[in-house]
Design a protein around this ligand. Structure first.
Ligand code: CO
Ligand code: ZN
Length: 331
């Protein structure tokens, strides 16, 4: 089993939908603590880890929060209706298991009378096996959040399970920190584990406002174009190296930062891919628009089935992303 898997299993398994990142933050702080000089949590819940230096300020960010659901109504039969926390594809949700913070598990299913193609969130419910509203409310209350509850495994050099997005970015940052443990650099390094990315990049901007970095780099997952009969071509593939984001729907990265990230990869003998994501966004966009503007780049882990309970990425891409980031931190 790889170290990447062990770290991901630990912080990926921590409960942390958007706005409820506490357990993830604690797990990350416990690991990062050994490698940094200073650690703070701001009012939004961002975890800001600093490795002090007298030189330029570099900020690295990965988001701690995951997508999930939140109970918003419990009917008289004990079925729970829910709202979405972040982007969900309804087809991914049928008859899967979710887990609430207190460990209560439930199955998401749907009203059969609605034709499958016309399904919306209103046609879905969570079944926790309750007899009635009172027995449901003994375990789950309106306002309680739940996350995907599915196994994590490593096989054939890939990782699979819920919440690579973006706990695997957190893992890449932790591995980079470890590599920097004995390195001498003047750079003032901030490793920021952000809150509430999945609901609209809400945490990262506040953290960057506080840090005032010269350059910021976000680490997150991106799609791949390597599956059978896909709708649109995409140049990114699993296992071909970390992807350097050129643009997505939320951001156009700073060309000089893209070039420096590619150079950092080349310096370490790591092949990189160029990423253009036609939809979606990452913390990169929020970091870029802080104060008078920040130079930004992004390193992406190519990932299949994003936002499903069975995301998949290559171990080697994560290891190489960490090495590239550690190198970039010294430039
Ligand atoms: Co996401
Ligand atoms: Zn993400």
């Amino acid at each position: 089993m790889s170290k990447v898997f062990e770290l991901w299993d630990e912080i990926g398994g921590a409960f942390g939908p958007s706005g409820r990142e506490d357990a993830v933050r604690e797990a990350i702080a416990a690991i990062a603590g050994a490698y940094i000089d200073d650690i703070t949590t701001d009012a939004l819940g961002n975890l800001i880890c600093r490795k002090k230096g007298s030189g330029k300020k570099l900020l690295f960010a990965a988001h701690m929060d995951s997508i999930g659901v939140v109970a918003n109504y419990i009917d008289e039969k004990g079925f729970i209706r829910f709202s979405q926390v972040g982007g969900l594809f309804y087809g991914d949700l049928i008859n899967i298991t979710v887990r609430f913070a207190n460990g209560t598990r439930g199955v998401i299913s749907y009203e059969e009378k609605t034709p499958f193609k016309e399904l919306t969130l209103d046609g879905l419910f969570i079944d926790i096996g309750a007899r009635d509203r009172a027995s449901a409310e003994a375990l789950v209350q309106v306002g309680d959040f739940a996350v995907f509850d599915a196994p994590r495994f490593e096989q054939n050099g890939v990782l699979c399970g819920p919440y690579l997005d973006d706990r695997i970015g957190c893992v890449a940052l932790l591995l980079a920190l470890e590599q920097l443990a004995d390195v001498q650099t003047d750079n003032d390094l901030y490793f920021v584990f952000t809150a509430q990315e999945e609901v609209g990049l809400r945490g990262a901007g506040a953290a960057a406002f506080a840090v005032e970095p010269a350059v910021a780099v976000a680490v997150d997952v991106t799609d791949t174009g390597d599956l059978p009969e896909q709708k649109a071509p995409m140049a990114v593939a699993l296992g071909k190296g970390p992807a350097i984001k050129v643009m997505d729907r939320s951001v156009i990265c700073t060309p000089a930062v893209c070039a420096a990230l590619e150079q950092a990869g080349a310096d370490c003998g790591i092949a990189t891919q160029r990423e253009i994501l036609r939809f979606g966004g990452t913390d990169t966009a929020a970091l870029q628009r802080t104060r008078a503007g920040v130079q930004v780049g992004a390193v992406s882990i190519p990932t299949r089935y994003i936002h499903s309970p069975s995301e998949m990425c290559a171990v080697s891409d994560v290891e190489q992303a960490a090495t590239l980031l550690a190198r970039f931190a010294q430039l």
